[in-house]
Ligand binder design. Structure first.
Ligand code: NAD
Length: 328
């Protein structure tokens, strides 16, 4: 099958080429998928976008006109896809539902530990010959209450690891995860979870119902001095409200691997450019904010699994007319 792959980096090419073997003919593009770049898919039966590619109605209409029948996402999340438009146009959407939840769970815990013990500040200080401990004091995780919002594959992994530190785990989900219940996790409403959690970690998908679930109204119910972690999707939090909460001390530590407007920033080297996003720039000024550029998934195991599942989606679609993991 001829496949046009958007938003690729050298590591994507390495892992996808290895998984494709000689079965599929891959064309790698650095360009993001947008209404302007969609003509580059001409001649392909399938395209393969990444998290910040636009798969909206306009792009899908053009893809359909070009004869593209399959959009094989290299991600679990599909909030960037207009599913209704895809269905109407007869384009199948496939994804990689669970490439390596451990990669994201473990990274989430890395953010919690780094923020708690100020590793990001200590690293810079020691390199400058500054061995002062002022401002680096952390807190023991043992005995703290961790609130997990969304206990699917990733959230359940975070719950398991944090429990091993001696934390009390409370959770909110539409459907409790039986493995978490068996492990002693206490389920409750979001309204009950937020005021009692020392650390709140977000692991639910971005949906119209979850967009800005952390905003001025819910921030007002947070425990003063808490830590907020988001490795899920940037749109779960209203960033300007979170900035006010950082200024007020309600949120004492913030760890982000995702940002609502990350599409203009992440995955690119912008180090010689002026960042025009004033909200993002303000976040960078806080010593108690640790931001990384959507790298929680970035492990050898995850990239191998993404490449293999993507190829399995393409092969199944080519042979049966149905991808292995279709989004309906
Ligand atoms: P999953 O589908 O296994 O779990 C999501 C859970 O959220 C489910 O249990 C679901 O019931 C729950 N949920 C849905 N709506 C909810 C709501 N309103 N309130 C509370 N819970 C709700 O997904 P997963 O594999 O655990 O991934 C979680 C999220 O992590 C994904 O949606 C994706 O956006 C994000 N992610 C980020 C990275 C990264 O590199 N930073 C990588 C992979 C996934």
């Amino acid at each position: 099958m001829d496949v046009t792959i958007f938003s690729t980096k050298p590591f994507d090419r390495r892992f996808l080429s290895a998984a494709a073997g000689t079965r599929h003919r891959l064309t790698f593009l650095e360009a993001h998928l947008t209404a302007d770049t969609v003509p580059l898919a001409r001649g392909a039966g399938a395209i393969c976008p990444f998290v910040n590619d636009q798969v909206d109605e306009k792009v899908l209409t053009e893809l359909a006109a070009l004869g593209v029948r399959l959009v094989a996402l290299r991600s679990a999340g599909f909030n960037n896809v207009d599913l209704a438009a895809a269905k109407r146009l007869g384009i199948t959407i496939a994804r990689v539902p669970a490439y390596s939840p451990e990669a994201v769970s473990e990274y989430t815990v890395a953010l919690i530990l780094a923020l708690d013990r100020n590793l990001h500040r200590a690293y810079a200080r020691v390199r400058e010959g500054n061995f002062s401990l002022d401002g680096l004091m952390g807190f023991n995780l043992a005995g703290r209450t961790v609130g997990i919002v969304g206990t699917g594959r990733i959230g359940a992994g975070v719950a398991r690891i944090m429990k091993s530190f001696g934390c009390r785990i409370v959770a909110h989900d539409l459907t409790p995860n039986p493995a978490c219940v068996a492990d002693g996790v206490t389920y409750m409403s979001l309204a009950e979870l937020l005021p009692i959690s020392d650390i709140v970690s977000l692991h639910c998908p971005l949906l119209p119902s979850t967009r800005h679930m952390i905003d001025k109204a819910t921030i007002a119910t947070l425990k003063h001095g808490m830590m907020l972690i988001n490795t899920s999707r940037g749109g779960l939090i209203e960033t300007t409200d979170v900035i006010e909460a950082l200024k007020a001390g309600t949120i004492a530590q913030l760890g982000l691997d995702v940002y609502e407007e990350e599409g203009d920033l992440f995955f690119e080297d912008l180090s010689d450019q002026v960042i025009r996003d004033d909200v993002f720039s303000r976040l960078l000024t806080f010593p108690n904010v640790l931001i990384t550029g959507h790298q929680a998934f970035f492990t050898v195991e995850a990239l191998t699994a993404i490449a293999e599942t993507t190829m399995a989606n393409l092969t199944a679609f080519e042979t049966t007319g149905h991808a292995l993991h279709e989004v309906t």
